[in-house]
Design a protein around this ligand. Structure first.
Ligand SMILES: *Cc1c(COP(=O)(O)O)cnc(C)c1O
Length: 412
């Protein structure tokens, strides 16, 4: 049987209705529930289109102009475009856009700068460090000797004095700053100062805030860190993937750490989609978006505090909020389940002051949908109503449907 190669929107529906049904079901889920997971967003139809393009067919080991495969002359242009746009967007001397994910970018950064057994200072996992920051279940915890700094139990803020003390005591080869749950700006200048004092590399894992950096709504780690690792799919709103930024002097080491050390062939469709996303992120519209993301998060944090939740650090500088729902009589895990049943999708996270789990939520996706402070008020009261038992789950679910129906992520 000949294989269909006509690129039509409903080709999947005709050829594989079973899988098409699953895709439509997921589109319906994303469109009718509230995506409050801080790491998620809705990428544009142009980004999705690049992802679904025939560039997915191309093998391209190596870098533009130096590939291990023939026929790379067109994809070379795509990768150069992605690199140039990333460099311009972040003011970086060098960009590697091949990392398959945020975790792969961190792996490559370590590979570029460290040897197995080296000591690394990073935010401890109980305080919001990522798995790649020394989890025993991850390569990082097995291959390196991680020392963890923490946050102040009262304020929830990074304990910069402890960072300095631990750096002096342990003389790490690298210091990592960046978190999966830190709602405040990071003092990159201070981290740089500590790294310089002990002769350590500074690695900024800016997976979360890099989109805010692109939109001018958060300070950039680029002038301070030796290597910046990032994702392209969080606030930045591109395809799922990673990226590394660094100075010219580390460019070759970083590139070789990505390919051939930790990865094989580049995913050219994803790299093309990254180029599209960097192009979008360089527009005035994206600047407005990034600032609205933060305005929404600030509003939502204040509203949640007014509803009785304990908001970590008392608010946020970013897209991300963590909060303890205990005053409403429910722990984080139970809260997440109840909220999911009502159509509010978010995560649990660790809290600075102890064992109980809290809630982590973000405003990147709902802001892409066009929601503003008014809708944040609706979300806060829905969330509190569900958790306190004041609003029935079905009634909340109906209200979520009504709200999301007015702010569809995709039309047509
Ligand atoms: C999201 C995140 C990562 C990992 O990204 P993946 O694409 O899921 O591998 C790494 N570090 C931090 C701080 C993150 O927030």
């Amino acid at each position: 049987m000949p294989v269909t190669r006509t690129l039509e929107a409903d080709v999947l529906r005709r050829q594989d209705p079973e899988l098409a049904e699953i895709l439509l079901g997921e589109l319906d889920r994303q469109s009718t529930t509230l995506q409050l997971i801080a790491a998620e967003n809705f990428s544009s139809p142009a980004v999705l289109s690049a992802l679904g393009s025939p560039l997915a067919n191309k093998y391209a080991e190596g870098y533009p102009g130096a590939r291990h495969h023939g026929g790379c002359e067109i994809v070379d242009v795509a990768e150069r475009l992605a690199v140039d746009r990333a460099k311009a967007l972040f003011g970086a001397e060098h960009a590697n856009v091949q990392s398959h994910s945020g975790s792969s970018a961190v792996l490559a950064a370590y590979a570029a700068l460290l040897r197995p057994g080296d000591t690394v200072l990073a935010l401890g996992l109980p305080y919001g460090g990522h798995l790649t920051h020394g989890s025993p279940a991850n390569f990082s915890g097995r291959w390196f000797d991680f020392v963890g700094y923490g946050v102040d139990a009262e304020t929830g803020l990074i304990d910069y004095e402890q960072v300095r003390t631990l750096a002096r005591t342990h003389r790490p080869k690298a210091i990592v700053c960046g978190s999966i749950a830190y709602p405040r700006h990071i003092d990159y200048a201070l981290f740089r100062e500590v790294a310089d004092e002990v002769g350590a590399y500074l690695i900024a894992d800016a997976a979360h805030p890099i989109g805010l950096v692109a939109g001018g709504a958060a300070p950039s780690p680029v002038p301070y860190a030796d290597v910046v690792c990032a994702t392209t799919h969080k606030v930045l709103r591109g395809p799922r993937g990673g990226m590394i930024l660094c100075g010219a002097e580390l460019a070759e080491r970083v590139d070789r750490a990505v390919f051939p050390f930790t990865q094989g062939g580049a995913q050219m469709h994803t790299i093309a989609a990254k180029a599209v996303a960097f192009g979008e992120a360089a527009t005035p519209a994206f600047r407005l978006y990034a600032h609205q993301v933060v305005a929404n998060a600030r509003a939502l944090a204040a509203l949640l505090a007014a509803e009785g939740l304990v908001v970590t650090t008392g608010g946020t500088d970013t897209h991300l909020i963590t909060a303890d729902p205990a005053p409403l009589g429910v722990d984080g895990r139970t809260a997440r389940g109840r909220l999911a049943a009502a159509g509010l999708v978010l995560d649990c996270c660790a809290l600075p002051h102890g064992d109980a789990r809290g809630l982590r939520l973000g405003t990147a996706a709902v802001t892409t949908q066009g929601m503003g402070e008014e809708e944040m008020a609706t979300i806060a009261s829905l969330l509190a109503g569900v958790l306190s038992g004041g609003t029935e789950s079905q009634k909340a679910r109906d209200q979520v449907r009504e709200l999301t129906g007015r702010f569809l992520p995709y039309t047509g």
